[in-house]
Design a protein around this ligand. Structure first.
Ligand SMILES: [Zn+2]
Ligand SMILES: [Zn+2]
Length: 390
């Protein structure tokens, strides 16, 4: 690491050191590590402040040459306070600042990585197009009731003004459905029916790295509608899909009843989750909670069950604060209390007052399309128990 006449040619010696001979320079380097900075400055008559001594030390001339300009690369000396195990400083090119390390941010490396990114994006876009640009469309007459309903729910929030694309679900202001589980259910149903497919104009990040670009994030891709109308008139078909005829749904009473239950159950779970979160209670709502709610919906409206939940949560919170139940069991005790209301006869269910829709839990598209457009019962969907007699 000593300085020689030969390698001195590669160094721009700092002005305060220019009066020193080569042997003095080498001695100064040794002194830097063994003497106090103040004494070094005095010994070599350097007109500098103590803090600048390190910065003007002649660097080590390495055997590496710069990849870009072929110049001999220089390496800063270790500081006198650095540990003997410290990693050596990376060699740097004195001309273009290329650094012999993966972290190099010199202009040439940045340009190369920019080019690589452009190329990678081009290849990925090509792959996305190859896989997703021309899916085989589903015929409109093949659509089931559930497909038509879920499509209306999605299109009303996500269809672009020119009806060319469905925006990513994560960007919607309004809720698709009451719960994240139902959101997934709606999207996966439509994807499995192949009526929506990822649009190639989606962000590359909307596709998963794993099995790229076949795997994608269902809330992040743009979708294209993959349905072909019988007469080729797409804009008329979009109208039919946005506002499907209600008669076809009403003709299937079981379908309407089942969907009412599904939406109501979602709204109850949403309210339950909202109330429990206020108290930091955690419920692992599984099959049992679902069954308890379904059972309650046979006699009670969503609004009434919300009122039962409100009392049950207050009750659990009081018992938790009194110390009679641990936090872990508090949430489960809410479900147990809800369960005890099930199976009561109709006369008793009249006595339970109904809550209005909670101000914080705005109505979802799923609920609006079902209760306002299809069943046309509006708020009754929330205030009467699900029924087959419409
Ligand atoms: Zn260079
Ligand atoms: Zn570089």
């Amino acid at each position: 690491m000593t300085i020689t006449k030969e390698n001195l040619q590669h160094i721009q010696l700092a002005e305060p050191l220019q009066h020193l001979s080569i042997s003095e320079l080498n001695e100064l380097l040794e002194d830097y590590y063994s003497l106090k900075v103040k004494d070094v400055i005095e010994k070599y008559k350097l007109s500098i402040s103590p803090s600048s001594l390190y910065n003007i030390l002649p660097p080590h001339v390495t055997r590496f040459r710069c990849t870009y300009c072929g110049k001999q690369m220089l390496q800063k000396r270790k500081t006198k306070s650095s540990s003997p195990f410290a990693i050596d400083k990376a060699p740097v090119c004195p001309v273009c600042a290329y650094e012999n390390s993966k972290r190099c941010k010199c202009s040439k490396c940045l340009e190369i990585s920019r080019q690589l990114q452009i190329e990678e994006k081009r290849i990925k876009t090509q792959l996305i197009n190859a896989v997703h640009s021309s899916p085989i469309p589903v015929e409109e007459f093949e659509l089931t009731l559930t497909t038509k309903y879920y499509l209306a729910v999605l299109l009303r929030l996500g269809l672009s003004e020119d009806m060319s694309i469905i925006y990513p679900v994560h960007s919607y202001q309004q809720k698709l459905s009451p719960t994240p589980e139902l959101n997934r259910e709606v999207l996966i149903y439509l994807i499995n029916e192949r009526v929506i497919t990822p649009d190639p104009s989606s962000e590359i990040q909307a596709f998963s790295k794993e099995n790229f670009p076949r795997n994608f994030y269902i809330h992040q891709v743009h979708y294209q509608l993959n349905i072909s109308p019988p007469d080729g008139n797409k804009s008329e078909m979009y109208k039919r899909l946005l506002y499907p005829e209600r008669e076809i749904f009403l003709a299937d009473i079981d379908w309407s009843y089942d969907m009412w239950i599904r939406v109501a159950k979602g709204e109850v779970l949403e309210f339950l989750d909202f109330q429990l979160k206020k108290l930091n209670f955690v419920l692992n709502s599984g099959d049992k909670t679902h069954k308890v709610i379904e059972n309650l919906l046979e006699s009670y409206s969503t609004g009434q069950i919300c009122s039962l939940i409100y009392s049950a949560v207050n009750n659990a919170s009081r018992r938790y604060q009194e110390g009679s139940i641990p936090k872990k069991r508090a949430a489960n005790s809410v479900v147990t209390l809800m369960e005890s209301y099930g199976g009561k006869d109709e006369t008793q269910s009249w006595e339970v007052r109904s809550f209005s829709r909670n101000y914080n839990l705005t109505e979802s598209s799923m609920s609006e399309v079902l209760f306002n457009s299809i069943l046309r019962i509006g708020d009754l969907g929330f205030h009467i128990p699900p029924s087959r007699n419409l």
